[in-house]
Design a protein around this ligand. Structure first.
Ligand code: GLU
Length: 322
């Protein structure tokens, strides 16, 4: 099977050291195996999309010496490469899941779930928050009657949830090791399409990774708890499970994940301050366990020596002094 990797940033801001570190690891892994590398734009969250962020991120990546074989700037056999243009595929997948009886419409709100958690004598009193910060979706809220054929219509005024099967799913992460989750207990039936018509990240990412033949997924460890849900969806839609590598986050000196507030650590800002691309790559390589010191390096020079086993699982602190 040909190796296919992808970088799938959400265009919500500038590429910073954290996203660059994930990108570099994803790129090195694919380039070492002479595979194809895809740049995909995860712009489903329209209101959070920052104009120009897609071009800026690609520009920053080129500055680092990275390239890709398919993407919004060059097209390719899996176009379009922006999720906002791929709704027809997500709808088709949802229809297949509906035909297989794996999804159901839901009129409950997030608030209903939160109320359930705080109800002193409610059925879920004392329930721990699930991985989404709300209690797992109760089985009692599933439809009690069989759904009429054709219920999944384009004008459906309800969210669509995935019927999570019982049991544990697991995978061997290349960085984090063995991960297992009983999704029914931890999250419950999760949303694939919101009532307002927006597709959920979990559905879009699985549909796209399957459609694009992705064999390895590299992303930040903050998405580790999404993977079990994605495994369920891959199982339901049919397709090969990719290899996963969840890379530790780059944090600021307060230990927080880099965000817009850490603008000084955006690649564009480093560039403006006159920091050389090789210095950034050197710092990233050192933080990934691929170089003994943070000395200037090119990305190409790292390809042959890249090993997942060297990449540390935990966070790294960026001080701004590269
Ligand atoms: N869009 C996600 C992000 O920017 C990455 C999703 C993924 O790689 O699966 O963090």
């Amino acid at each position: 099977m040909p190796v296919v990797g992808r970088f799938a940033p959400s265009p919500t801001g500038a590429l910073h050291l954290g996203s660059a570190r994930t990108l570099l690891a994803a790129w090195l892994s694919v380039r070492q195996q002479r595979g194809r590398f895809i740049w995909r734009v995860e712009d489903l969250d329209g209101p959070r999309t920052v104009p120009g962020a897609v071009e800026q991120a690609m520009d920053d990546a080129r500055w680092l010496g990275l390239d890709w074989d398919e993407g919004p700037d060059r097209s390719g056999p899996h176009a379009p490469y922006a999720q906002s243009e791929r709704s027809a595929l997500y709808d088709a997948a949802l229809q297949r899941l509906a035909d297989a009886g794996r999804v159901f419409p839901c009129l409950r709100s997030r608030k209903d779930l939160q109320t359930l958690a705080s109800a002193p004598h409610g059925p879920a009193a004392g329930a721990l928050p699930g991985t989404e910060g709300v209690p797992p979706y109760p089985k009692a809220w599933r439809p009690s009657m069989p759904l009429p054929p054709g219920w999944l219509r384009p004008d459906l005024d309800a969210a669509v949830r995935f019927l999570v099967p019982v049991g544990t799913v697991g995978f061997n992460d290349r960085v984090q090791g063995r991960v297992e989750e009983d999704t029914a207990a931890a999250v419950g039936d999760f949303v694939l399409k919101r009532r307002d018509g927006a597709f959920a990240y979990q559905l879009a990412v699985v549909v796209d990774d399957l459609a694009m033949g992705v064999t390895e997924v590299v992303r930040g460890v903050d998405l580790l708890d999404s993977t079990a849900r994605q495994l369920h969806l891959i199982g339901a839609l049919g397709g090969n499970v990719p290899a996963y590598a969840h890379v530790g986050l780059v944090v600021n000196e307060a230990g927080e994940k880099l965000s817009k507030r850490d603008g000084a650590l955006a690649l564009a800002a480093l560039r403006e301050r006159g920091v050389a691309a090789e210095s950034v790559v050197g710092w990233l390589a050192h933080s990934l366990g691929l170089a003994t010191a943070a000395e200037p390096l090119t990305a190409r020079a790292l390809v042959d020596g890249f090993r997942w086993a060297r990449v540390p699982a935990g966070p790294v602190v960026a001080s701004g002094e590269l």
